[in-house]
Design a protein around this ligand. Structure first.
Ligand code: T4K
Length: 413
């Protein structure tokens, strides 16, 4: 183990990096390879590769059972699943969304010329603040998209009440929240529909993939048509549709991943608690907490950095970690309203989003997942402890030139 005793031991100042291979946020979780290869061979033997084949149907059935929802429509990725859900729910005009989310939550609206109206988040939960939603409703508002950020469900009941009172559609972007519960019920069955991402970096992955889940029979039928060009039967198109289909290999990966779900959660849980134990007493570092009464997948380790107490800001800490081959990420920086096309469309909207602005400057997402274990997590924590302890000397020595170079892998000797 490489221990940092002097400032020069930090890789950013010329020392050896803590890790000789890069630790990433979002290293894919891989289930049982033998079973995956068996399934892939079977797919090739059958020569049925896509278009709702046997594996996609099985994956949809298993996901629906697991989430206790009536319908699961598997898709090629989470973004297309969001676009189709928005369209099938007949959202139009303006839709209220948090800006503190991955850009796809906003893009799925703007892509179909619906205006995302950015709402601020709660500083504790990081999720859309229901108290700020009502003030944004106009005659053009048709819906709300809540995001269960970092796998913690947003305030579903409050949003459901607002949606009912104002006759708005309600959709949840549940990309982070597969396997999580809200008041003991699985995320997936709330609102008009919920959308999951099964991207490679997600807790449960299908290489690329996503799904819309819903208890609404008519909506499910519409979504099935829309994701298959609008085809109803062989030669009959009855809707405007697109190609959102999941392929068979992705579904096979999804089924195999589902079978290892408990192992993935166990690994994430252990990593999260190891990290929390080691970072808890560091002044200015606040770890995201989870409600122990609910099920969670613990797929993100999020630390909030208060520069006034740590003596080092989030960006400089990230540069130091990157030099150590710990590729921590600034999720979600910049937040959506500070990226195009939104920053050109709404240049001053940041005034209404103070908590979003603050969080996007303070949060750091640390590596976790089944690719690493408590030993690596402890080493990451030791670096952070060392940096905060010596922040007064370190902060002044970090320059803009020391920006993270993503093209070079630094190798420990
Ligand atoms: N809504 C929300 C709230 C979301 O978070 C997302 C996706 C969506 C909607 C849209 O769902 P999808 O259309 O993606 O299904 C990543 C993911 O690409 C993205 O799926 C995810 N959210 C977002 C939070 O993170 P990037 O650009 O920040 O990271 P990326 O893909 O470069 O990967 C992160 C790190 O993971 C890399 O540095 C290396 C590592 N990695 C990545 C891949 C793909 C691996 O080790 N192996 C891999 O195969 O967006």
């Amino acid at each position: 183990m490489i221990q940092k005793k002097a400032l020069e031991d930090l890789a950013i100042f010329g020392g050896n990096p803590t890790f000789n291979q890069t630790l990433h946020v979002g290293r894919p979780n891989i289930g049982n390879r033998r079973k995956l290869f068996e399934r892939m061979n079977d797919i090739l033997d059958r020569r049925w590769l896509t278009n709702r084949g046997a594996y996609v149907q099985e994956f949809e059935r298993r996901v629906a059972d697991f989430l206790s929802v009536k319908h699961c429509v598997a898709m090629c990725n989470g973004t297309v699943a969001l676009e189709i859900a928005v369209r099938a729910l007949n959202m139009r005009g303006e839709v209220i969304v948090p800006s503190f989310t991955f850009i796809a939550t906003a893009h799925c609206l703007q892509w179909q010329e619906i205006t995302p109206v950015f709402c601020d988040v709660d500083p504790e939960t990081h999720n859309i603040d229901p108290e700020k939603v009502t003030g944004l409703i106009t005659p053009r508002t048709s819906g709300i998209i809540g995001v269960h950020l970092w796998s913690r469900p947003c305030e579903i009941e409050s949003l459901e009440k607002i949606a009912k009172d104002y006759n708005l559609k309600l959709l949840f972007d549940a990309s982070h929240a597969f396997g999580c519960t809200y008041n003991g019920k699985p995320v997936g069955g709330f609102g008009g529909a919920e959308v999951f991402s099964f991207h490679a970096t997600k807790f449960l992955n299908t290489f690329e993939g996503g799904a819309v889940v819903t208890n609404d029979d008519d909506l499910a039928e519409k979504i099935r048509l829309m994701k298959n060009f609008g085809f109803s039967g062989m030669d009959n198109v009855i809707y405007l549709g697109t190609n959102g289909k999941m392929n068979e290999v992705s579904a096979a990966m999804g089924i195999t991943s589902l079978e290892s779900l408990d192992d993935f959660i166990k690994a994430n849980h252990q990593n999260y608690y190891t990290c929390r134990t080691h970072l808890t007493d560091i002044p200015g570092i606040k770890m995201l907490s989870y409600d122990e009464r609910e099920k969670n997948n613990f797929q993100y380790i999020i630390a909030e950095i208060d520069e006034n107490k740590t003596g080092i800001n989030r960006n400089d800490l990230m540069k130091i970690l990157h030099a150590e081959n710990i590729r921590a990420r600034r999720y979600f920086y910049p937040s959506c309203h500070r990226m195009e096309p939104y920053k050109s469309y709404f240049p001053n909207v940041g005034i209404l989003l103070p908590e979003t602005e603050k969080l996007s400057e303070r949060l750091l997402c640390l590596p976790t997942g089944t690719a690493i274990g408590p030993a690596e997590i402890r080493q990451i924590c030791y670096v952070i402890q060392f940096v905060v302890k010596n922040s007064a000397e370190i902060a002044g020595r970090i320059t803009d030139k020391m920006d993270s170079d993503f093209t070079k892998e630094r190798v420990a000797v």
